[in-house]
Design a binder for this molecule. Structure first.
Ligand code: ADP
Ligand code: MG
Length: 247
């Protein structure tokens, strides 16, 4: 298929589970510097789409190009190494390590056993931890044990752990679930900041939050794209009101 300037180009993507088409011939392009929000009813295939892009689930057809390189068929770790970061709904941080340690262990260690053995907290690691901690608003909590962080701070820490790998594409599934109003505001600012120079894809249900952050909204339904455009455009689309917003 053709070359593209998009950060992410998903074309004619499909996957079936026992004959049920969870993703049905879906085409989606995401630009650099873009913060894309995906909405849609439960079961629409949103999480499955992210599973396919990060290599957790294997496509039955179609293409996923990341910076023009075909990703379908690559193992998950290769996709991570290529620059794709994925945050799941439950944070997977090390509760008994400090914020500093959580970030430091997420620094890419180079390949193979030698890379892992040679790992030390070098000045380079320390510098990156400081930069990332500032970015996620945890610069003052570096020595605190992760278990003591608030729910929102834990979510930011996990985003920070992904940022340590310097991903070019970051995907987040319902990142503000369970957050306080203030934490939601700070997360909106954080997501806008980190989309600069990258692409960020966020799955979200909270329409006020979507309104705050989205450059463009993609509405999924039954494994397909139902509508795509600005928040204002999709909000007045009768098909979107019918299957999603009207409920
Ligand atoms: P959403 O995130 O939009 O709520 P999902 O992507 O989680 O939707 O699910 C889409 C559909 O695919 C659902 O009907 C779900 O039950 C089904 N599905 C997702 N993953 C699997 C799987 N690994 N095996 C079987 N069915 C699955
Ligand atoms: Mg989901």
């Amino acid at each position: 298929m053709s070359n593209t300037d998009f950060m992410l180009a998903v074309e004619d993507l499909s996957v079936s589970f026992d004959g049920f088409k969870a993703i049905d011939n879906l085409t989606l392009y995401v630009d650099r510097d873009e913060l894309r929000v995906i909405i849609g009813p439960n079961g629409a295939g949103k999480t499955t789409l992210l599973d396919l892009v990060c290599g957790k689930t294997r496509a039955s057809g179609g293409s996923i190009k990341f910076v023009n390189r075909e990703m379908t068929g690559l193992p998950e770790y290769e996709i991570v190494r290529a620059g794709v970061g994925r945050k799941f709904q439950t944070p997977s941080i090390y509760e008994n390590l400090s914020v500093f340690q959580n970030l430091a262990v997420s620094f890419p260690r180079g390949r193979g056993v030698f890379g892992a053995l040679a790992f030390r907290t070098t000045d380079e690691v320390r510098q990156r931890v400081t930069d990332v901690a500032t970015e996620i608003g945890l610069a003052d909590t570096l020595e605190r044990e992760a278990a003591q962080l608030s729910h929102g701070q834990k979510q930011w820490l996990e985003i920070g752990m992904l940022l340590m790998q310097e991903p070019q594409l970051l995907m987040l599934d319902e990142p503000i679930a369970g957050m306080s109003v203030r934490e939601r505001e700070l997360t909106a600012e954080l997501l806008k900041r980190i989309s600069k120079g990258r692409a960020v894809i966020v799955i979200e249900h909270d329409m006020d939050f979507v309104q705050q952050i989205a450059d463009k909204v993609t509405v999924m339904h039954q494994g397909k794209i139902l509508a795509e455009g600005s928040m204002a455009q999709v909000q007045k689309d009768p098909r979107v009101i019918d299957v999603y917003l009207g409920h």
